[in-house]
Design a protein around this ligand. Sequence first.
Ligand SMILES: [Zn+2]
Length: 238
Amino acid sequence: MRDHEEAAYTTMSRALLAGLLTPGTPLRETALAEVFGISRERIRKILQRLGTNRLIELVPNRGAFVAAPSLEQARSIYEARRILEGGIVGHLASSMGPTTMDQLKDHLAAEADALRRGDRAESVRLSAQFHMILAEATGNVFIMQQMQELVSRTSMLVAVYETANASQCACEEHRDIFTSLIGGDGAGAAKAMRAHLSLIETRLRPGAVAPGREATEMLKELWAAEQITPDRSTEKSP
Ligand SMILES: [Zn+2]
């Protein structure tokens, strides 16, 4: 049952991160319980988790809604990220250990692979993770907390406003940052990071909001497809 709840959470977060659910759409517990075949209590837990990760908005007494970030918010979020992350990579260039270097190298390979497979939800997830690996490498819990919130909010912005193939160059931009970092060039890494974040910001398209689809219908389809392809669900051992 725990696996079932986890699978339902994964389906929902992937749909949200792929920009498949129209921003502002209500997500009703009863309908979702029916789609996923689990109790309303479990659905509520999933919604809480999605809310904590900023993929949906939880409004007291009104319920859950697909997050609908405004472009004004987007500007503030990217400005905060340029200031914070320019500082993070500047700092890391002179203090990064071999473990982080290996981790980043593996990560870039995974990003390239997701891009090749055309898996957009996975690309968005990995893009966010690249920035979190850098934040974690500082070993500073306050930086990590700030970054967690900013990165989650950005993932939804990208899902909602970015056109499907626009994220293609992001992978190379990450590589530029990495190259400066391994070269110990703090100023270069900071510059590459700020340029990267500015580029993502300019790729946001106010008109690119996903076409209206009924959220429940969409999730029902995705969930059904997920049940047919068992490779993503956890295998039970006898
Ligand atoms: Zn990035």
